[in-house]
Design a protein around this ligand. Structure first.
Ligand code: ATP
Length: 368
């Protein structure tokens, strides 16, 4: 069974591996704060009989400034060979403005673990979180499939005195893996698939995307699939998000689309993501992180919304085939929000720790 099949129709992972090993990387900024809400979820799953263990690693800006490297080759190999998945907080620190430590850490993990598929689901919980006139939360269900390793986000290029060049490389291997995953997801959901592109101007890179999209369209005749210029798609999304099911895009466009969709979910702090490698065997082929970055403006103030990280952990459990645990977490987040609890970014009054405590206490008492 391919990993993507396992994701969509998951069978408990114990069928393959007796013990799941998770690497925890809290990272920078609000990463460590939001990660605090994950440990009780792992303990709870363990108490329910799930065989898992975890180790936290200190990679991030502090580690980089202290040691001069983000992730040594030996540490990378230890992560790759010794763990089944990674739970990641955030990376980015104003003391390293060129972001090279992030490149050596998160980009390296995504690229070398070949995590081409970045799934960013958007299913808002509350009508009040949706800022669009007349649109209810239940009417929006969009899965963004973003290619995670290529395009203009690869930090390749150069700067000269009077010009600067950013390279954007797209390979047929990565594009095919991403698009196939998106077609399979749309097929299982029975929903339309939209490719967001700018092939009219990015003739080479997005031209390749269009060609592979057309190829796959023939292999998935039951999926209603269309291409749409990314700029027009953003306008359409705001005017009528109901018409969208799965949206596939390259790294750059996918990032823009999914941040817009985070705005439909209440804000950056609410959105989870899962990255995986459908073409690789199971071991260390998935990483779960919130859509938001390290948000240095609020780091250390206790203001971070922890729900994007908590929901990313639910995606991790789902990935392991622990469907009941994943559903319980999502349900408790929903009921907590429905009762008006929240951090300031979503109109509440709670601090990060208080909201984590509320969700985790409910989790523990729900199973008592
Ligand atoms: P990246 O490029 O890594 O995604 P970014 O510069 O786009 O980072 P984020 O770190 O995601 O930015 O943050 C953008 C803004 O959103 C922050 O300044 C912060 O105010 C808000 N924000 C992000 N995450 C959260 C959160 N978990 N809770 C509350 N506000 C958040």
């Amino acid at each position: 069974m391919s990993l993507l099949a396992a994701m969509m129709d998951p069978e408990p992972v114990e069928a393959f591996f007796p013990m799941i090993r998770l690497a925890i990387i809290p990272g920078d900024g609000i990463g460590p704060e939001v990660m605090q809400g994950v440990y009780p979820l792992l303990e709870w799953a363990q108490n329910r009989g799930r065989k898992l263990e975890w180790i936290a690693f200190p990679y991030g800006a502090e580690h980089f400034l202290r040691t001069g490297e983000s992730l040594s080759d030996a540490h990378f190999c230890a992560l790759r060979d010794g763990f089944d998945a990674i739970l990641f907080g955030a990376v980015g620190d104003p003391r390293i403005p060129d972001g090279r430590h992030a490149e050596q850490l998160l980009l390296r993990l995504r690229q070398e673990l070949e995590l081409h598929v970045n799934h960013r689901p958007c299913e808002p919980f509350l009508d009040a979180h949706v800022p669009l006139k007349g649109v209810r939360a239940a009417e929006i269900h969009i899965d963004v499939f973003r290619e995670n390793t290529e395009g203009p986000y690869c930090m390749r290029g150069f700067t000269e005195a009077d010009r600067a060049v950013d390279e954007a490389v797209h390979t047929s291997k990565a594009v095919r893996i991403l698009l196939k995953a998106a077609f399979e997801w749309a097929s299982r959901r029975g929903c339309p698939l939209t490719l967001a592109h700018k092939a009219n101007v990015l003739k080479h890179g997005h031209g390749l995307w269009m060609r592979i999209f057309e190829e796959l369209r023939e292999q998935f005749p039951k999926v209603t699939a269309r291409g749409m210029h990314a700029d027009a798609l953003l306008c359409n999304l705001v005017q009528n998000p109901r018409g969208f099911g799965v949206i596939a895009a390259d790294n750059f466009v996918g990032d823009l689309v999914s941040d817009l969709l985070a705005g439909f979910q209440g804000g950056m702090g609410m959105a989870p993501s899962a990255s995986w490698a459908p073409h690789r065997p199971f071991r260390c082929s998935a990483l779960f992180e919130p859509v938001h970055g390290s948000a240095p403006d609020i780091a250390g103030k206790g203001l971070a919304n922890p729900l994007g990280m908590i929901l990313s952990t639910a995606l991790c459990f789902r990935h392991m085939g622990w469907l009941e645990e994943a559903e319980i977490i999502v349900h408790l987040v929903a009921t907590t929000l429905a009762e008006g609890a929240g951090t300031r970014d979503i109109g509440g009054t709670l601090m990060c720790r208080e909201l984590q405590g509320l969700v985790c206490d409910r989790l523990i008492s729900s199973c008592a």
